[in-house]
Design a protein around this ligand. Structure first.
Ligand SMILES: Nc1nc2c(ncn2[C@@H]2O[C@H](COP(=O)(O)OP(=O)(O)OP(=O)(O)O)[C@@H](O)[C@H]2O)c(=O)[nH]1
Ligand SMILES: [Mg+2]
Length: 344
């Protein structure tokens, strides 16, 4: 069931809403009566003090967006690798803090797009920023304001929503450089707040949690309280396999593979039988994925199977098939599966 448009204050495209996501029940609150002498009553929707909203995390590829989303949610909802362009589509991670429900929108890294898939990813990232209630820009402190970050800062000036700057990976730099970096970034775009974190070491994450819980607008929760993501299980399972693929074959297989879950059957003993297709562009890449006597694909499958099993809480039988699809990056169907817009 999709969230109705009127519960979608951020104007997030309801089509991105998951099948599984049922909006939280909202309590009926009494209508405001004619009482002009008293201070304005709270918005009926917020009489219980709840808050909820969308916070977009944007930044250059590899800035640490997905790592922070997972740290805030407290579970892995978005895959992370050391490679750029790991996140390809929008992933929403959700956390509750006191009466606030914060829906984090993890986005693909923003860079100068050339290929069609790049363009779709970057477009998706920016539209999330324009649609959100609050925008966080993440800058890898080690990288500083390079050309990519300068371009993002410039474009951000036209995003009217309140903004927070988050300097990431501070475990890798000397503290004095951080203040200068924060100052320089704020000269281009005025950020309401600036945070410095190391999501890897956990420092600063709790402060961001509290901050985001306070900045989302008053309003009813949009998802059930215990929901931590809106990514369907079959898609998360495909992402986990893609993560393993990227971690193992990052040099040989830059960027030319995608993974889809084709079937997911629950067997009588409660275990799941999952078939996934790994699409590559050329025969040579298929050989690389399979590896010597199937060793590579076996290792990928074993690691992915364990993670999918622990995520789904049931034993998993995972079957991977490598399929050659020349120019899959020009195939609208693949974009639909990823939740990206296919455009010319
Ligand atoms: N040292 C250090 N590394 C970090 C930190 N946060 C993230 N990383 C690493 O940075 C790399 C990129 O992290 P991701 O979270 O995938 O970055 P991303 O911004 O989501 O990247 P894309 O999805 O490609 O745009 C990974 O190798 C992370 O382990 C941090 O606080 N400190
Ligand atoms: Mg990412």
């Amino acid at each position: 069931m999709s969230a109705p448009a009127d519960k979608n204050p951020a104007g997030q495209n309801p089509e991105h809403r998951p099948d599984a996501a049922t909006p939280a029940e909202t309590k009926d609150t009494p209508a405001i009566t004619d009482a002009p002498a008293t201070p304005p009553a709270a918005d009926p929707a917020t009489a219980d003090g709840n808050r909820a909203g969308f916070v977009a995390l944007i930044g250059a590829p590899n800035a640490g967006k997905s790592t922070l989303v997972n740290a805030l949610v407290g579970a892995k909802v978005s895959i992370v690798t050391h490679k750029v362009q790991t996140t390809r589509a929008i992933v929403r991670g959700i956390f509750m803090d006191e009466g606030s429900q914060v829906i984090l929108v993890d986005t693909p890294g923003i860079f100068d797009p050339r290929r069609r898939l790049d363009r779709a990813m970057v477009k998706t990232a920016w539209s999330s920023a324009y649609d959100a209630d609050h925008v966080c820009l993440l800058i890898d402190a080690r990288r500083g304001i390079d050309a990519a970050n300068a371009a993002i800062l410039e474009e951000l000036t036209s995003v009217r929503m309140p903004k927070t700057l988050i300097l990431t990976k501070i475990d890798l730099v000397d503290p004095p450089t951080l203040l200068k970096l924060a100052e320089d970034a704020n000269k281009v775009t005025a950020f309401g707040d600036t945070f410095m974190i190391s999501a890897q070491e956990g420092s600063g994450v709790a402060d961001i949690r509290r901050h985001l819980a306070a900045v989302v607008p008053a309003g009813p929760w949009l998802y059930p309280e215990d929901q931590i993501s809106d990514i369907p299980m079959r898609q998360l399972a495909a992402e986990i396999t893609r993560e393993q693929l990227t971690l193992r074959l990052h040099d040989e297989l830059p960027y030319s593979a995608t993974v889809e879950t084709e079937t997911w059957k629950t067997l009588r003993d409660g275990s799941a039988r999952i078939e996934q297709a790994i699409f590559v562009e050329r025969e040579g890449q298929k050989k690389i994925v399979i590896g010597e006597k199937g060793a590579t694909i076996r290792a990928i499958s074993m690691a992915a199977r364990q993670q999918i099993a622990s995520m789904s809480g049931a034993p998993v039988h995972l079957f991977l098939f490598v399929k050659v699809r020349p120019r899959w990056t020009d195939d609208p169907e693949r974009y639909r599966e990823m939740g990206l817009d296919y455009s010319k």
